[in-house]
Design a protein. Sequence first.
Length: 160
Amino acid sequence: MIRYAHILNDSIVDGPGMRLVVFLQGCKWNCEGCHNPHLFPLDEGIEIDEVQLAKIILKKINSMHSGITFSGGDPILQKEALLKVIKYIRSRRPDINIWVYTGFLFEDINNLPLLKEIDVLVDGQFKLNEKDISLKFKGSANQRVIDIKKSLQNNKVTLL
Ligand code: SF4
């Protein structure tokens, strides 16, 4: 089972092109200035079977979308369940571009099987004193937009 809060059909700020964004429930970082404090409790939101959520996502995806972004909350807090969702999506749409946002650092989670299934990880907690609204796809300068396939190949962080 996995918990999510809501799904946005048409974001243009959570990755390239128009994206379907799935906001997963639960976060432990408590970043100052966070826009989504209502997503903090891990026991709230909508609890759903992983395959059911994957099917809902696949139904919503259309030719206007450039990909799917999992945000939150921190999706990595539900990493096993999220892996099931992504694997199901990949089994139907192997081509689909998938981004995940997290407060964890790549170096601390680079062994997770989940990473092998995604294209981009935006890592690091939001830092209010490094906030910069001109940044693309991230809120503060410390966060990194990481090309996961290249980073796993090179065994070091490779930015997109
Ligand atoms: S990681 Fe994201 S959702 Fe969690 S507290 Fe920080 S800004 Fe908010």
